[in-house]
Design a protein around this ligand. Sequence first.
Ligand SMILES: N[C@@H](CCC(=O)N[C@@H](CS)C(=O)NCC(=O)O)C(=O)O
Length: 249
Amino acid sequence: MATTVQENLPPVLDSKAEQPPLFDGTIRLYTCYTCPYAQRVWITRNYKGLQDKIKLVPLNLQDRPAWYAQKVYPVNKVPALEHNGKIIGESIDLIKYVDSNFEGPSVFPDDPEKKKFGEELLSYTDTFNRDVYTSFKGDPVKQAGAAFDYLENALKKFDDGPFFLGQFSLYHSDLQMDLCDRQADIAYIPFVERFQIFLSEVYKYDITEGRPKLAAWIEELNKIDAYKQTKTDPKELVEFYKKRFQAQQ
Ligand SMILES: N[C@@H](CCC(=O)N[C@@H](CS)C(=O)NCC(=O)O)C(=O)O
């Protein structure tokens, strides 16, 4: 893995912060350390060893700098990537963009069958997230199970390793074999990380119970530095989700 050293993270910019230069040749990832969508691109960047190439620009979304919407990204969301005189948004598109436009091990599958299943998994992420978030407003122990069962079953499809698209691929050399086919893992883990913490803390519901594949998948991902460095603070997350979901009940 490209990253083994803990990166010194830059400070968060709020409404009082000056805008960094725009289109000066620096590649910038406008992000928020607690955003699961932005985390997808952050993991991809780390996975490919692009820490020196892609600079993080973390924003405080609660006290957002006005220049962000006005001058950088009118959509006013994170993540957004500044590259080659353009601003590009949308986390799934950005996983693919960073993967195909920069050096470093590819997270994209070559095997056609894996590629097809990888796309299927990516197109299901929004539904997965919506179903689990919706369950937070009702009874998650009863309502969220189906979404996690989907992941458990998906993890059974390629039984040559703990990740969604397995581990080994005939198309990759030994050096690359644990680096390929990771897009779907990267897309899901920021959300599963949060759901696991919240459901366990607030509902005493262990999403891995009776789901050995899901348990192994989370365990293996937790060994990957590129991901570990991006993990969210569990206490902050629980407080944030409590306010966000339980206030509405
Ligand atoms: N579809 C977008 C969603 C990004 C998103 O919703 N980001 C949130 C933070 S987690 C955001 O920027 N929210 C600010 C807002 O909606 O004003 C993606 O996949 O990148």
